[in-house]
Every structure is written in structure tokens, then in C-alpha cells.
Design a protein. Structure first.
Length: 184
């Protein structure tokens, strides 16, 4: 036999003997009476006898039926006279949807900048720079901005624009806006 094999046998037999001692010690510990542990558990159970309060009594829900069918719907749109300015879909100021769009109508009004004014005789033109850096020459009657803005006046310091927008009821209303001479 080789020397390292005899050492391995001695070690494995020592491990086996130690394992047998450990297992026998554990088994003898399990066989002892656990009177003190059982007494502690029974004391805890008696000390914590739980009590759950009963659920409170609630009244049953009583539904409400809306039986006033002859009254106006509180969530509906009121009926107005067709001549009223608040009438739904009033097309009094509706812009021409079939006309050809101009170049400045592709840009929002707040992205446009007035950079100058030209005048010759009784005519005046405004110079407007778009967000791409291109300068456009505009006059009264041209359109600018995405809300059907028509140019109504051009002066040295500003361009007055009348926009036509649709309100929440479908009516077309006009509002005024301006492009003022700005510095870059």
C-alpha cells in the first residue's frame, strides 16, 4: 500500500467515528422530555387569547332614480336660437377652407419675427422671418400663422393680425394678434 492511501483511510475512519458520535448526541437530545418548552407554549396560548371585534352594522345603500325626463339634461348642451352668437356650429366667421395656403401659414405665429418694414409710395410691406431663417415680404391681406391669421395692418414697428379660431362649441371667432419688431 502506498503511504498516502493509508493516511486517507485513517482520515475517513476518523470522520466516520466523529459522525457517529455527533448523530448519537443529537438523537439523545431529542429523546429528552420537553416539559419546560410545552409549559411555555401553553402559557403563551392562555395569555394571548385573541378577541376580534364584530364588524359594525351599516345601512344598506338606497339608489336614486332620475325620473324627471321632461326637464333639461344637466349634462347636455342647451338648445339656443340659431341666430344667437352662442349657437352651436355658428359659421358666421368661418374661414375659406378651399383657398390655397400661403407659406407663412405653416409656422406657428409665435415662431415668426418681424425684422423690418418697407415702404414705397402709399404701399408698405412687412418683413417677417420664419423659424427656418427665411425672410418673407408680406402686405395687408396676406395670411400668417396656423390659425387663419390675416394681416390687417403693417406699420414701422408692428404687424396687426386677425386670427380666426374655433371655440369649444364649434363657433368661429376672431381674435387680434401682433408681430412686433424684434431684435435677434
Amino acid at each position: 500500500m502506498k503511504p498516502y492511501e493509508s493516511n486517507t483511510r485513517r482520515r475517513s475512519s476518523a470522520v466516520a467515528v466523529f459522525s457517529m458520535i455527533a448523530v448519537s448526541t443529537l438523537l439523545t437530545a431529542c429523546n429528552q422530555e420537553m416539559v419546560d418548552l410545552e409549559q411555555y407554549v401553553s402559557d403563551r396560548r392562555q395569555a394571548h387569547a385573541g378577541f376580534v371585534e364584530p364588524l359594525p352594522e351599516y345601512e344598506l345603500y338606497k339608489g336614486f332614480s332620475y325620473v324627471s325626463m321632461d326637464l333639461r339634461d344637466p349634462f347636455g348642451i342647451p338648445d339656443l336660437d340659431p341666430g344667437s352668437p352662442l349657437a352651436i356650429g355658428n359659421s358666421k366667421n368661418k374661414p375659406d377652407m378651399n383657398r390655397r395656403r400661403e407659406a407663412l401659414e405653416t409656422f406657428p405665429l409665435d415662431s415668426l419675427l418681424m425684422v423690418g418694414e418697407l415702404g414705397r409710395g402709399g404701399n408698405s410691406w412687412g418683413l417677417v422671418k420664419d423659424s427656418e431663417g427665411v425672410v418673407h415680404r408680406v402686405k395687408i391681406g396676406n395670411f400668417a400663422g396656423q390659425n387663419f391669421g390675416r394681416i390687417i395692418a403693417v406699420s414701422e414697428s408692428k404687424i396687426d393680425i386677425e386670427e380666426t379660431i374655433q371655440d369649444g362649441m364649434g363657433n368661429w371667432i376672431t381674435r387680434e394678434a401682433q408681430l412686433t419688431l424684434g431684435e435677434e
